[in-house]
Design a protein. Sequence first.
Length: 290
Amino acid sequence: MPDRRDHRPTGLELAALSSALGAAAGLALEHRHLRRIARDAELAALSRRSEGSPIRVRSADGTSLQAEVLQRFGEDVEAVLAASVGEGARAIVVGHSLGAMSIAAWAERHDVAARACGAALVNAGFGGLIAGSLLLPQILRWLNERLARRVLLGSQAPLPRRSSPVQQAVIRYCAFGPAATLGQVAFYERMLVACPPDVRTACGLTMADMDLRHAVARLRVPTLVVTGDCDKLTPPSHSHRIAETLPDLARLIELPDTGHMSPLERPAELSAALGTLVDGLAPIPGVPVA
């Protein structure tokens, strides 16, 4: 009988052992990553449901929308405003990113002053999103804007269902500033994963092609503009151009060390700015603010 103590592992055995050790190490790192996310109090706070009143609204094209009426309701579609704002009242419309773009699209075709007494545009860009983005080198955008359009806003690639340090690092680079917490990034990561790829692609390509810069002139109500100085998706230059063309600019705020997700990264500062906007609105006799 051969003595097993004299056995020398073959190359195949060594490769199998190395693969097993690598998989075990990767699993340990993933578990450690998920435990760090679970311990972050910011994720728990962001995951709590708001205390609003849910309503169902049918849009002009028949689409059924799920909306929620809060103390400072930011939906920007005429159908939602009509359903959520009482007769004779006017709302303050607040939109972040795509929400801000939707406010501009709404203003383009509707009487803003009839529904709103103020507006806030947070991390907004109303045109030229590919050319103005800081995510890709300028040479790539110049050589092949079609490719940049697909990479930045039109990717159909599904996101991994489980979080990983690599995926979080990419999301942090694209959407957040240097001060963002692990819980904030994880909360946004869950939102991205939950969004079906075809929906994400359709919205992204629509944003890439849109140009709503002409609609800014129709926002004839006091309007707050907020941007992050580290926003790579809609850099501060977009907000500065919007502020320059607004008929009634209330204030332009550039938040330090903040990326594209100002509502997650700087909720206290954003809430304070919105409070200042509300306080600065001159009351109109007989017209309540929703």
